[in-house]
Design a protein around this ligand. Structure first.
Ligand SMILES: Cc1cc2nc3c(=O)[nH]c(=O)nc-3n(C[C@H](O)[C@H](O)[C@H](O)COP(=O)(O)OP(=O)(O)OC[C@H]3O[C@@H](n4cnc5c(N)ncnc54)[C@H](O)[C@@H]3O)c2cc1C
Length: 381
């Protein structure tokens, strides 16, 4: 098993406490109201979680990928909605840390550290989901600006975040080489938000359309060079998939916690149900799968975090995301089963966990897409 550093353990334990004491009560209300509670941003900011990746001199923790994974895991263990929202913010900040110019870093690091800027990432469009190369959102250069037109759908943190990483075509017809990445501030003229989507899961997070109606984005907000947007997003998928894997792992652990607690309390036929072998075997399988997911995620995040690139790591990131999210789905479904009829009731958290687990099989590339990546890697020689 990977040995965590003192810093990683410190952050993990701090977040675990924060999640239980401060985040969970707000998340329970957000779940009931089906809306994101901005109070969460204050808590995340005050506890240094928005600036985790920033240099220490700016109040950050100079955190590595594994620390970010542990953070997302601990948050998602209590609530998937806050988990997806925070994982998305962290992905957005990774784009800045890994690809922004010095001048852009200075501007956005200050915004995060001082103002608690929150991030979103906008790639998906109505006709471009898995097939991300087919995006139609257009960015045309005009003097000192790019004029962006188009629309992005299903955008986590839309209407909540202050800054978005947006992918748009600068050279239509050039497929992946025609896509560029932009840092777009929420208050940019021409940036609008659609209505809040009504969802079956992660209902305490915000998911809206992000509309660009002649949005004037300063040319200095182009990330890296024109035409590198697709390369950038593919590279960052390695990290963002680990964060979604961690979200899934957190949800699975939450489901296992609840199932164990309930099985030890509930009595039928004069015994606690934990004494029945049928239940024990389910719990053993749940625990086994959670352990494997942990090892996969921690090992892969450590490799990727150390800057080891390579095609096989993209495959390991895909495996981690695919495996952990399938585990989350199975474990939370079994948790509902162990709680019996009570598992279906909103009074207990496992039905929410089961719904939230489904999201992890879809976002950041569906699990079919992850299996394509893995199979390609396995079959290449
Ligand atoms: C709650 C939520 C939050 C999200 N947040 C964001 C966000 O913040 N930013 C963002 O950009 N996007 C976001 N998304 C979008 C998400 O990334 C996409 O939904 C996802 O990539 C799938 O795209 P799609 O929905 O268009 O499905 P499609 O690509 O249309 O896929 C439909 C089905 O076909 C399958 N399929 C597609 N191609 C293949 C193939 N080649 N082989 C086999 N099967 C295939 C898929 O696996 C899926 O089962 C979010 C989605 C949800 C549900």
């Amino acid at each position: 098993m990977i040995r965590f550093s003192d810093e990683q353990i410190m952050v993990r334990d701090m977040v675990s406490r924060l999640a239980r004491e401060k985040i969970q009560p707000i998340a329970i209300e957000a779940e009931k109201k089906h809306s994101f509670n901005p109070e969460l941003l204050k808590i995340l900011h005050e506890n240094g979680l928005l600036s985790l990746l920033l240099p220490v001199e700016l109040g950050g923790a100079n955190a590595d990928l594994t620390t970010c994974c542990l953070t997302v895991e601990e948050i998602s263990r209590v609530d998937g909605s806050v988990g997806i929202s925070y994982a998305t913010h962290t992905t957005g900040v990774f784009f800045i840390v890994d690809w922004a110019s010095q001048e852009q870093k200075e501007r956005y690091y200050q915004k995060i550290a001082r103002e608690g800027a929150y991030f979103g990432v906008a790639l998906t469009e109505p006709n471009a989901g898995s097939d991300a190369v087919s995006i139609k959102t257009r960015a045309e250069r005009s003097d000192q600006n790019y004029i962006i037109n188009g629309s992005k759908i299903f955008i986590t943190n839309a209407g909540v975040a202050h800054v978005f990483l947006v992918f748009a075509l600068t050279k239509p017809g050039m497929r992946d080489k025609g896509i560029s990445a932009f840092i777009v501030d929420r208050d940019t003229p021409g940036v609008k938000f659609g209505k809040e989507e009504e969802k079956m899961a992660v209902v305490g997070s915000s998911t809206r359309e992000l509309i660009f109606d002649n949005a004037e984005v300063p040319a200095q907000n182009l990330l890296s060079d024109e035409g590198t947007g697709f390369k950038i997003v593919m590279a960052e998928f390695m990290k963002s998939r680990l964060l979604v894997a961690s979200m899934a792992l957190g949800i699975a652990r939450g489901g296992l916690d609840e199932a164990v607690r309930y099985a030890k309390e509930r009595t039928q036929f004069g015994k606690t149900i934990s004494e029945f072998q049928g239940i024990q075997f389910m719990i053993a399988d749940m625990a086994m799968n959670v352990e494997v997911a942990k090892r996969m995620i921690y090992t892969t995040s450590e490799y990727i975090g150390r800057g080891k690139a390579g095609k096989e790591l993209a495959s390991f990131a895909a495996m981690s995301k695919c495996f952990a999210s399938d585990v989350a789905m199975k474990v939370t479904t079994d948790a509902v089963q162990i709680l019996g009829g009570y598992g279906i009731m909103k009074e207990y958290p496992v039905e929410r966990m089961m719904r939230d687990a489904k999201v992890t099989q879809i976002i950041e590339g569906t699990n079919q897409i992850q299996r394509i990546i893995i199979a390609r890697d396995v079959l290449k020689s």
